[in-house]
Design a protein around this ligand. Structure first.
Ligand SMILES: Cc1cc2nc3c(=O)[nH]c(=O)nc-3n(C[C@H](O)[C@H](O)[C@H](O)COP(=O)(O)OP(=O)(O)OC[C@H]3O[C@@H](n4cnc5c(N)ncnc54)[C@H](O)[C@@H]3O)c2cc1C
Length: 377
């Protein structure tokens, strides 16, 4: 036996799972196909939004609260500044479907928030050119997560705790043999008590058929713009935002390099057959809609895309993650399928996966995320 736990994929969630597992056991190993935090994974693109205010599943809220605590712990343990606490804005049509659903989830969760009128917005955040019937909800705990820094910090912390790392080692197969799980990469073989699949957009290659059928790898792109006055888009003045105003939607983050501002069309994941060959160029239609939206929403940005890229993520059919063993007594645990919204919760998801895969603790209230929801027999 080579150890108690192998984590396959040291991207967003795998790195956090390894960090958490290294706090629980001195016998954990991480395998990464490339270099950890490489830019072709869902870690790419510098930042991800962290928000406590959202619309949708209230069962996610305890994980968000725990994740927020763990981001602070990771920063304290590694001395890295990972979460830029700049607040967040959810902008939309007053009484429209987006803000109505968002406020309902927010009130159910009891999340801190402030409602900002159009006038409040003009005074506090004039960068946003609102429509006449737009308002905003301010999230004081939101911010921008530095993705590459987060993943690197977690891996460094795991190594400091004694975890073993194999980089440039793509795992080809996982086989269960009663009391162990056997994994291979080329002609090499290892055996572990348990294995976590945290391979993001590549996970289908290692997952059982019933989960392949319930998932799809999708391409999500990002775009950046140059500000006419970069200081107006600094983290001190410009919170992360999501905006759905009528027919247009966009989300983004403040400038972290002092020059460019991330502003991207919201919710545009498109299926891609191969996570290794995600088309990086934007189509003419994507460019047109992006520049039209920036022209309307942000007069302070030059409406030309100065940087763009695209990355894979694994989406489930119901949009909820996959966290749990493949079957009741399986030694294979899946932590994937984060469906375009997993980074904010990466620390919380990593903690759940590490504890459960090592058999240390079972978390409750996670039926919505259990792989078994997709089992038909
Ligand atoms: C453009 C974009 C914008 C997003 N915006 C947000 C946001 O604002 N807020 C938010 O919370 N979330 C956001 N998300 C979602 C979030 O980034 C993802 O849900 C999350 O990062 C997925 O993490 P992961 O660990 O599953 O995958 P990844 O981070 O992609 O990690 C998978 C890792 O596994 C490795 N791997 C794959 N196969 C193997 C193998 N066989 N053997 C070994 N290693 C392997 C890969 O090389 C990679 O390093 C966004 C996603 C994208 C793509």
């Amino acid at each position: 036996m080579d150890g108690k736990l192998a984590v396959i994929g040291l991207g967003s969630i795998g790195a956090m799972a390894l960090w958490q597992a290294s706090r629980l056991s001195d016998s954990v190993t991480g395998f990464e196909a490339h270099a950890p935090a490489h830019a072709r994974s869902a870690v790419g693109g510098d930042t991800r939004l962290f928000r406590m205010i959202y619309r949708g599943n209230p069962d996610l809220y305890p994980i968000l609260e725990r994740s927020r605590t763990l981001w602070t712990e990771l920063e304290a343990e590694t001395g890295q500044n990972i979460l830029t606490r700049c607040g967040g804005l959810s902008i939309g049509t007053k009484d429209g479907p987006y803000l109505t659903a968002l406020l309902e989830t927010t009130r159910t969760n009891g999340a801190d928030h402030d409602i900002l009128s159009r006038k409040d917005m003009a005074e506090r955040y004039p960068q946003h050119n609102l429509r006449p019937d737009d308002i905003a909800v301010y999230d004081p705990h939101a911010g921008a997560l530095r993705t590459d820094r987060a993943v690197t910090a977690a891996i460094n912390a795991a190594q400091a705790n004694g975890a073993t790392i194999h980089t440039n080692t793509p795992i080809d197969s996982i086989t269960e043999t009663g009391d162990r799980a056997l994994i291979t990469s080329g002609d090499k073989t290892w055996t572990y008590e348990n294995v976590i699949i945290a391979s993001g957009g590549w996970s289908q290659r290692l997952m059982p058929d019933y989960l392949k059928a319930a998932t799809a790898t999708k391409r999500c792109f990002l775009t950046w713009f140059v500000a006419r006055d970069a200081s107006e888009f600094s983290p001190e003045k410009f919170p992360v935002f999501i905006r759905i105003s009528g027919d247009r939607s966009m989300y983004g983050a403040p400038s972290i390099d002092g020059v460019t501002v991330k502003a991207t069309l919201d919710g545009r994941g498109a299926p891609t057959p191969n996570a290794d060959a995600v088309p990086r160029e934007l189509s003419a239609a994507e460019i047109l809609e992006t520049t039209e939206t920036v022209t309307e929403f942000f007069p302070g940005l030059f409406p030309n895309i100065v940087r763009s890229d695209a990355y894979p993520d694994l989406f489930t059919t119901d949009g909820n993650p996959l966290l749990g063993r493949c079957s009741e007594n399986s030694r294979i645990y899946v932590a994937t399928g984060f469906s375009g919204s997993g980074f904010k919760n990466a620390t919380g998801y990593g903690e759940i996966a590490a504890h459960e895969a090592l058999g240390k603790r079972t978390f409750h209230g996670l039926d919505f995320a259990r792989p078994q929801r997709y089992k038909t027999v």
